[in-house]
Write a protein that binds this ligand. Structure first.
Ligand code: BES
Ligand code: MN
Ligand code: ZN
Length: 493
């Protein structure tokens, strides 16, 4: 839910803060060059005294120099204008949004005259992603303290061509925003049933959506997933989404998400401090949903399946106990040593079901799976684990293009012994060493040899501070851009 209104136009809005781009060394963009000569000289002199040299990403509001018809002027530094591609423009525009959102101006017009439609379109995306806020639980007083900016206009040479270039990005935006909304919701509002209801409504965007309840999952033998949810008053669900934009009979690409709507740890209960963060333990599933929305929204020429396992990990009298043994759908028995290692139990059955039913080209699962991933990579990188070098390389390349940081991790067979069990086929934890890797090795037992990758997004699903201008504080929607790019680059047509 972007809070300001956004539009594309051939001219700036009325009573607006006009933003123009200036390259380093006082290189004017076409928009800057439209300023009256005396006014431009005055502005350059002011900038010089402020020490503003046009470094990329620096925004300077210069107030209202004489002769300006707009309500105010902001100058956005672009660095070397020749290297300002669409991705860099997105970041620049998003940075501009933050620099002026609380400046008191109600309207912003970014003049991108002279820039190609795809560049203007991506600036438009950046402004919208930067403007994301989850404010549905704010009362009027807090809403009134919100950013002063109410409308944002991107001024471009050809609004119709820019609009056309923006169409696939609008689909991507919708996917990211939907994912951010899901992740932001508290667990009393978003639980398996209410989550499934929201997904059922996505039939409106062209997805086929099926919801499996406990009875159906029992029939399928999904005892690993069901064991996690059995201590909750909320019924577990498995939601299957399908997009069929490819050729009839072409094997689909498949995405599988961990959707633990709240993770108390179960009987192996977590400490109180920070437990509220576990409302976003469904971030992997949100990325899968967002990807499906993006693919459907831009009518991607691919067949795609998205499967999310929705459960709440709670410790009631019926909860699973440490030491319990469950038999997964695959037939593998699992000793549940720690009920807090629940994500892998959910994914075990979701992954097996996915490959068994859909025979996809590959499966990628996304999950806020381990705290150890944050210890290993910090909060700026998600880990990628894969049994297939080509798939891993493609994910790496797609994430780079998409501007999401990922790093490949190893899957060494010699660590398998850490998840061996004395009473069952495997156990659900592998001890402290390499905690994220043994979690991935556990998942690998349920992919039946299919090309597969696991993305541990525990580090990146949520951010306590804005790190990238187009990703504000809070729910990030991480993963949607990478998966959408992966499909666009390698699996369409
Ligand atoms: N959802 C957590 C992982 C997590 C932790 C995500 C912090 C985001 C932030 C997961 O279910 C979990 O509890 N993992 C345990 C595994 C352990 C019991 C082997 C962990 O990381 O401590
Ligand atoms: Mn857990
Ligand atoms: Zn969890």
């Amino acid at each position: 839910m972007p809070s300001p209104d956004y539009r594309l136009a051939a001219a700036p809005a009325e009573h607006t803060l006009l933003a123009v781009i200036l390259g380093e060394g006082e290189t004017p963009s076409a928009g800057f060059a439209k300023l009256d000569k005396a006014l431009a000289d005055d502005v350059l002199a002011q900038l010089a005294t402020l020490g503003f040299k046009g470094a990329r990403g620096k925004t300077q509001i210069v107030g209202r120099p004489a002769g300006l018809t707009a309500a105010g002027l902001a100058v956005v530094g672009a660095g070397d204008l020749k290297t300002l591609d669409a991705a860099a423009m997105e970041t620049l525009a998003a940075g501009l949004y933050h620099a002026v959102k609380a400046s008191g101006f109600a309207s912003l017009s970014l003049d991108l005259s002279g820039f190609a439609p795809d560049v203007a379109a991506q600036a438009y995306l950046g402004l919208q992603l930067a403007g994301y806020r989850f404010d549905k639980y704010f009362g009027q007083a807090k809403l009134d303290k919100a950013p002063t900016l109410k409308t944002v206009t991107v001024v471009c040479d050809d609004p119709a061509a820019t609009e056309a270039a923006f169409a696939p990005l609008a689909a991507l935006r919708d996917g990211i925003m939907f994912a951010r909304d899901l992740v932001s919701e508290p667990a009393n509002v978003l639980y398996p049933q209410s989550y499934a209801d929201r997904l059922k409504a996505l039939e409106g965007v062209g997805l086929k959506v099926e919801v499996l309840g406990v009875a159906e999952m029992q029939k399928l033998g999904m005892n690993a997933l069901l064991g996690v949810g059995q201590g909750s008053a909320r019924e577990s669900k498995l939601v299957v989404m399908q997009w069929t934009g490819g050729k009839d009979g072409d094997a689909p690409v498949a995405f599988v998400g961990k959707g633990v709507t709240f993770d108390t740890g179960g009987i192996s209960i977590k400490p109180a401090e920070g437990m509220e963060d576990m409302k976003w333990d469904m971030g992997g599933s949100a990325a899968v949903v967002g990807t499906m929305i993006a693919l459907a929204g831009r009518k991607a020429k691919v067949n795609a399946v998205g499967i999310v396992g929705l459960v709440e990990n709670m410790p009631d009298g019926n909860a699973q106990r440490p030491g319990d043994v469950v038999k997964a759908m695959s037939g593998t028995t699992i000793e549940v040593i720690n009920t807090d290692a629940e994500g892998r139990l959910v994914l075990a059955d979701a992954l097996w079901y996915c490959q068994d039913r859909f025979k996809p080209q590959f499966m990628i699962d996304l999950a806020t799976l381990t705290g150890a991933m944050i210890i290993a990579l910090g909060t700026d990188y998600a880990g990628v684990f894969s049994n297939n070098d080509q798939l891993a390389e493609r994910i790496g390349a797609a994430s780079k293009t998409a501007g999401e940081n990922t790093w490949r991790m190893p899957l060494p067979a010699q660590y398998e012994k850490q998840i061996d069990s004395k009473i069952a086929d495997i156990r659900n934890i592998g001890g402290r060493p390499a905690g994220s890797i043994t979690a991935a090795l556990f998942l690998q037992r349920f992919v039946n040899g299919l090309a597969w990758a696991h993305m541990d997004i525990a580090p990146t699903a949520w951010t306590n501070e804005q790190r990238i201008p187009s990703v504000p504080e809070g729910a990030t929607g991480f993963g949607v851009r990478t998966l959408n790019q992966l499909v666009a680059s390698y699996y369409e047509g």
